[in-house]
Design a protein around this ligand. Structure first.
Ligand code: MG
Length: 260
């Protein structure tokens, strides 16, 4: 309808200018200027697609989230060997069963928004640096966002809490004292590979630690490595989220994802 009106107006102006042939009938009489401001404004309104409605209750995940852990069970998780996840359930949290291995989601994910809460253990006798409250969240089982008790605990900054381990130092240290619950909100774009399994575009990640941006859309350089440089040595599709057992009794709770 708008196009029809537009055309008619333009035609009308051209006809009248053609017959009069005066200076006044030059550029000033363009169809743009003949329109009312509200009509000009309408031209840049986009009415589709209409975003779906998401409910955002105050103390619960958004209505379109997949809840991976709400404190009741470990049904969404499995052990390294594919068997049942053995981490300890206490109150509304789960805690690393030290030296029994990490756990991964049974579901696979690509681009996601992840919310996860974690707590460093208070028993830290003889533990410093990377030994103190170490765990990690591995996106697609490969790319680690470090979990560490980085409150008054010196270590290499590209391995402290909120780092993309050995790749990106967090912008600030937003770590709360051990024993307190903390949040990570992670926005992750998975890497893309072409038909020849060559990297088409790398992964990107944004991380908020306790509501503070610590990684701002940084490029992930490849699979997390403890020794040596990271690389995308293997093409992959969607994959699990993995929580690390690094021999520290780190707890997690309230875990949910939204697929993007
Ligand atoms: Mg770790």
């Amino acid at each position: 309808m708008q196009n029809v009106t537009h055309f008619s107006l333009k035609t009308l102006l051209l006809v009248s200018c053609g017959s009069l042939m005066t200076m006044a009938c030059s550029a000033e009489t363009s169809d743009e200027e003949a329109l009312e401001p509200w009509q000009q404004a309408q031209k840049t309104e986009v009415w589709e697609p209409v975003p779906p409605v998401v409910e955002t209750p105050k103390d619960a995940p958004p209505s379109d989230a997949i809840v991976l852990f709400d404190g009741s069970d470990l049904e969404e998780w499995e052990a390294d060997d594919g068997g049942p996840a053995h981490w300890k359930l206490e109150e509304d949290a789960m805690t690393v069963a030290r030296r029994e291995g990490g756990i991964r989601t049974k579901r696979d994910f690509c681009d996601i928004q992840l919310h996860i809460e974690w707590r460093s253990p208070t028993d830290i006798e003889g533990m410093d640096g990377q030994d103190r409250g170490n765990s990690g969240i591995f996106l697609q089982e490969r790319y680690e966002i470090q979990v560490l008790d980085s409150h008054e605990n010196e270590t290499y900054p590209n391995g402290q809490a909120g780092s993309v381990y050995k790749q990106h130092i967090p912008l600030v240290n937003a770590t709360r004292p051990r024993g307190e619950w903390q949040t990570y909100d992670i926005i992750y774009t998975a890497p893309r590979f072409d038909d020849e399994d060559e990297l088409e575009s790398p992964a990107y990640v944004t991380v908020l630690h306790n509501g503070v941006v610590v990684q701002n859309h940084v490029e992930i350089q490849g699979k997390t490595e403890w020794i040596g440089a990271p690389s995308y040595d293997e093409a992959h599709g969607c994959d699990s989220l993995y929580l690390q057992d690094h021999d520290a009794a780190v707890s997690f709770r309230n875990i949910w994802v939204r697929e993007l």
